[in-house]
Design a protein around this ligand. Structure first.
Ligand SMILES: C[S@@+](CC[C@H](N)C(=O)[O-])C[C@H]1O[C@@H](n2cnc3c(N)ncnc32)[C@H](O)[C@@H]1O
Length: 311
């Protein structure tokens, strides 16, 4: 089997995450198993790797790829927000590392047939988990114009939201908008050619916004971030790769807040307020891929890696 997804910042992720070879590690977004293959090799036979993905196709692919690690591996089709329950089922209370690689895999984009890509003519689905009810087709064809404008602005940071939605509204009155290519062309036509972005398709922001809303991506991330401190052993590391500013801002701000639990001035030699920090950030600026990595794997270009250690 050929694995189409190239893991981003692979060495940096595994070096930040795995500090204790006998520890328990979680990959909450296993995808094609690219990161987990290396994480799994870095941990000892006594260590444990727990992998989740909400996409059953990803679970099938990673199960095959990670089969040589089966002795130390547990793999589930689950949303990462369900991690506490998964751990409970395994009799584990806390772990030594949690990794999230947010966003889509190349497999989902190019081979899932679910309309994630504006350059393919596929049904407008965009669900990572096919058991979920809401599809992009339903959102585009039934949501009110005001709601769609809000979604494109909030989740796509799309400044042409009103024009795009006006075009969608006009077309969907004639017949339902059924395919990804149909939608991509409508968005392209709605944005004046002189304002088409140079390096990306004009539909990029609309597709991002729809995908986020269909999969509740930001709600899931928020819910999960609030549970992370309770799931980690002292010295455990939480490592996240994000691909757009909405996710990265949320991750960064949460890590800053975790660190700031202590309200003492930074120059005080010892904490006097008693509110001890939950985490220490491992890289305040976020790690970005090198130009060489971006050249080899263009999908890496928007990635930012952040890590924090439970203290
Ligand atoms: C960028 S890919 C991960 C690629 C993986 N690191 C690799 O090297 O193959 C992101 C994966 O996260 C999954 N995903 C996104 N949101 C999720 C969630 N809330 N819970 C579980 N999996 C999720 C997607 O289905 C997708 O397979």
């Amino acid at each position: 089997m050929e694995y189409t997804h190239q893991p981003v910042l692979l060495q940096e992720v595994t070096e930040l995450l795995v500090r204790k070879p006998d520890g328990v590690y979680v990959d909450g977004t296993v995808g094609n198993g690219g990161h987990s293959e290396v994480i799994g090799k870095k941990i000892s036979p006594k260590g444990r790797l727990i992998c989740l993905d909400r996409d059953s196709e990803a679970v099938r692919i990673s199960k095959e790829r990670l089969s040589p690690l089966s002795e130390k591996l547990s793999l589930f089709k689950a949303n990462y927000v369900e991690l506490a329950e998964v751990l409970k089922g395994l009799g584990i209370e806390k772990v030594d590392g949690i990794f999230l690689d947010l966003g889509l895999s190349s497999h989902q984009l190019e081979h899932s047939g679910r309309g994630f890509s504006f350059s393919r003519d596929e049904p407008l689905d965009m669900r990572m988990d096919s058991d979920n009810e809401l599809t992009a087709h339903e959102a585009i064809n039934t949501f009110s114009s005001n709601n769609l404008v809000r979604i494109l602005r909030e989740y796509g940071e799309e400044k042409w939201a009103k024009r795009i939605v006006k075009t969608i509204e006009r077309e969907r009155k004639k017949k339902p908008i059924k395919s990804s290519l149909e939608l991509a062309n409508l968005v392209k036509d709605a944005i004046p050619v002189s304002h088409h972005p140079k390096a990306k398709h004009p539909g990029t922001r609309t597709f991002q916004a729809l995908r986020i809303v269909v999969n509740k991506e930001l709600e899931n991330l928020r819910t999960f971030l609030d549970t992370v401190p309770f799931l980690m052993n002292k010295g455990g590391r939480f490592v996240v790769l994000s691909y757009h500013s909405l996710e990265d801002r949320m991750v960064k701000q949460t890590m800053v807040d975790w660190e700031r639990q202590c309200t003492c001035p930074p120059d005080l030699p010892k904490c006097a307020c008693g509110k001890v920090s939950l985490f220490e950030r491992l890289n305040k600026r976020g790690i970005r891929p090198t130009p060489q990595e971006i050249q080899m794997n263009p999908r890496a270009r928007s990635a930012t890696l952040r890590g924090a250690e439970r203290i």
